[in-house]
Write a protein that binds this ligand. Structure first.
Ligand code: GLN
Ligand code: ZN
Length: 763
């Protein structure tokens, strides 16, 4: 008999109940007890959803983040929050979100303000975790209360509970040393606390614990590999059984290590590492459980059940009782329930599976393995019918698009002349001063804009009135920028709800769910568009808005687009063709938009690639391949224009060192980047590389309501000028201003323009 289990369930709730409860609590509109009750209710619901499984996860629910939960379980709280004397959940939120000294939240007055913990991406997902902080003096102390409470709840509900924790090596690996000390030196201090935790759970009669070590799918040096051996030999004395869980990638050279750790079972991602499974079986000692992640926990497509069974059945023969099956990773990364979708096109809907549907698929697979395919014949046939329909659908396959992609040559991505020859032509046309000023695209999304959009979407405002309202906002943004004296203007993106969704809605091959929310961090959720078919652009998407904005001013107006790599990286993508193929299709579609803008007389065009770095694969060995097609896609999009047309690109905060050569290859005339908080140190990468084109290093941190002074921005730009020749520098904020308010933006940009004037006089 095959055993079924799940690694984790989405925690936000079908209607994002957790998000709204958190935000209401943070605003002081509800009590802590209400929030806790809601959390318990969600857990109860999620366990009910998982009731048919042999083992359901416990401890995967979180009020903010599972890594921060683990930090609290291990007693690893940053020094700055230790003196807090309120409820520990309030303290937890203080670490997660930071707190200014004057908030209205509980204990604001007595315990003062604290800085938020740093946040970073969880492996190659768009989920962000709170980075554990370490110093040489870090001590650990067990607090098992959260896990024990949830375990008791699960038991009361009759759930076969498998507590889930993050393993010690991954916990250290994904954290950050605050004093430059070696995190691995803490392992010795950390392991007794893990052992105590496992003993405590064993004492509660727990049989299996899932211990997540996804760091095993990345390249590990000898010290980190060794740490695995030390850690799991230390933990093997406990009475319960450990299921060591790896996911998101391939074990490759770590397979031998993983297979030989003294644990009772190993979970691997059989979606990403199917080819590694047989090798692993050969390596695994015959008493160990092998859990195969056979349902994709990272996308929203139905599983090909027949194909999965064809592959699994021989393995089930081979492994017998030792075979477990599960989704490839926690279902945290997919939306909760397809049944909520009322408006999604029925045909596309029939191809999809969200978390609840994926668990049903898992059941079908288990039944087919345990009782034979005939036992679930109808479910299998229905699955097959949906998959065949998808494969054959004319909405998925557009021969003209496939043909266009097959005809791509390197010429398509090449500008007429090198930057050194383009720059003087652009300068002659644009007539910009030294240290030209600009912004990154969006201006505040005011309550009026949001109201107009929701009225329009609800059908209470007609198209003409909606467009008139947006034009009014664009006019306002243009007038403000003229009054500020900025050099290159933007239209302000009033008409855009989101920089990806806006384009996805207008491209063929994209679908949008109503409730397909996925947690990004804390209460923040994103609803990635679903890229289901070959991509084409039926009509121009931005030209009318940009030409309207240009008609209001004689200053150059930047056309504003999102690049193909960013659109791809922020979407649910197809599983029936490589990402590179989808990206090239997007590139051709956005290229047409670029050329239409140029034809319409737009002289400066910005193509945002905010998420270019995010798409880097987990293993460095695969980076080059990704960067090659990502850069090629950008070049196809951008480089069909005449020398005189100035191409800008923009990237948010990134470790530019890793990708500087690729950025140079993109060959944008100007790149604007987020740098202000790094004190311009991020520019070192550009300096070391002798980056040849123009750069606008952000001087205004748009994440903060603080208004930077002119002097501060002048100083930052002087630091920039020490790294990049002054004649190639632009002056601009870090990123778009859509989350700010006009009363913050106006003084900040006034100072920024003044700073540029000072620089022109001084340098
Ligand atoms: N043009 C976009 C804006 O200004 C860029 C956003 C981003 O980089 N995340 O909003
Ligand atoms: Zn940005």
């Amino acid at each position: 008999m095959v055993t079924t289990h799940n690694l984790g369930f989405p925690r936000i709730g079908v209607q994002r109940e957790l998000k709204f409860a958190l935000e209401s609590y943070w605003k002081g509109q509800s009590a802590l007890s209400d929030l806790k009750t809601l959390g318990a209710g969600l857990r109860q619901q999620h366990w009910a959803d998982q009731a048919p499984l042999d083992w359901a996860p416990v401890g995967d629910f979180s009020f903010y983040d599972q890594v921060l939960d683990m930090s609290f379980t291990l007693g690893n709280l940053p020094e700055r929050v230790r003196d807090f004397h309120g409820d520990s959940l309030d303290n937890y939120f203080r670490v997660a979100r930071g707190r200014s000294a004057q908030t209205t939240e509980n204990h604001a007055g007595c315990c003062g303000g604290v800085a938020a913990g740093e946040m970073t991406k969880w492996f190659d997902t768009n989920y962000h975790y709170i980075v554990p902080e370490f110093t040489t003096t870090t001590e650990f102390k067990l607090d098992a209360s959260r896990l024990l409470e949830q375990l008791a709840e699960a038991r009361a509900q009759g759930v076969k509970a498998k507590p889930v924790i993050i393993g010690p090596v991954t916990y250290l690996a994904i954290g950050k040393s605050k004093d430059g000390s070696n995190r691995l030196a803490l392992l010795e201090r950390l392991l007794p606390v893990y052992a105590e935790l496992l003993e405590t759970l064993a004492g509660e009669g727990v049989e299996w614990v899932q211990i997540d070590e996804p760091i095993l799918v990345t390249e590990l040096d000898a010290d980190w590999q060794h740490a695995f051996k030390i850690a799991y030999h230390h933990l093997k004395a406990t009475k319960l059984k450990l299921l060591l869980a790896t996911y998101f990638g391939q074990l490759q050279e770590n397979a031998y290590l993983a297979a030989n750790l003294p644990v009772a079972g190993l979970h691997v991602d059989a979606i990403n590492d199917r080819d590694g499974v047989q090798l692993l079986i050969n390596l695994l000692s015959p008493h160990k459980v092998l859990s195969l992640g056979v349902i994709n926990g990272r996308n929203i497509w139905k599983t090909d059940l027949y194909a999965t069974l064809d592959w699994l059945e021989p393995l089930a023969q081979q492994l017998g009782q030792r075979l477990w099956i599960a989704p490839s990773c926690s279902l945290l990364h997919v939306p909760v329930d397809l049944a909520s979708e009322q408006k999604l096109d029925a045909e596309i809907l029939s191809w999809l599976a969200f978390a609840r549907q994926k668990l049903v698929e898992l059941q079908v697979l288990a039944q087919a393995l345990n009782a034979g395919r005939d036992a679930v014949r109808e479910a299998l046939l229905a699955n097959q019918a949906a998959l065949s329909a998808r494969r054959a659908s004319p909405r998925v396959n557009n021969p003209a698009v496939k043909l266009a992609v097959s005809k791509i040559t390197s010429d398509l991505g090449r500008r007429e002349s090198p930057y050194s020859q383009r720059a003087p032509k652009q300068a002659a046309l644009l007539q910009l001063p030294q240290f030209p000023t600009t912004t990154i695209g969006s201006f505040p999304q005011t309550p009026e804009i949001r109201h107009a959009r929701s009225e329009f979407k609800a059908g209470r405002l007609d198209l003409a009135s909606y467009q008139a309202a947006m034009r009014q906002e664009i006019e306002r943004a243009v007038r403000e920028q003229e009054a500020l004296g900025l050099d290159v203007l933007v239209h302000g993106e009033a008409e855009r709800n989101d920089m990806v969704e806006y384009f996805g809605e207008q491209l063929e091959g994209y679908a949008f769910s109503q409730f397909g929310w996925v947690q990004s961090y804390g209460s923040r959720c994103v609803k990635p568009p679903i890229l289901f078919g070959d991509i084409s652009r039926p009509r121009a998407m931005t030209v009318e808005w940009i030409t309207y904005a240009q008609s209001l001013t004689s200053k150059p107006m930047k056309g504003m687009l999102t690049g193909p790599v960013t659109i791809l990286n922020w979407s649910f993508v197809r599983d029936d063709q490589p990402r590179s193929e989808s990206c090239r299709q997007l590139a051709l579609a956005i290229r047409e938009e670029v050329l239409d803008l140029e034809r319409a007389g737009v002289r400066v065009i910005q193509i945002d690639e905010a998420a270019l770095r995010e798409g880097l694969p987990l293993r460095r060995a695969q980076w080059k391949n990704y960067l090659d097609w990502a850069v090629e896609s950008f070049r196809i999009t951008a480089n069909g224009v005449r020398d005189e047309t100035q191409i800008h690109t923009h990237m948010c905060y990134s470790e530019f060192n890793d990708i500087i050569a690729s950025i140079a290859e993109m060959d944008a005339d100007v790149i604007t980047i987020e740098t202000s908080r790094s004190d311009m140190e991020l520019l070192d990468a550009f300096d070391d590389f002798s980056y040849p084109n123009e750069i606008g290093p952000g001087v205004y941190d748009i994440h903060s309501p603080n208004i930077p002074s002119e002097q501060h921005m002048v100083e930052l730009m002087k630091k920039a000028a020490a790294r990049v020749p002054a004649e190639r520098l632009w002056v601009n904020p870090d990123c778009g201003l859509k989350t700010r308010q006009w009363p913050e933006v106006i003084p900040a940009l006034t100072h920024m323009v003044a700073a540029a004037k000072t620089l022109r006089a001084e340098l």
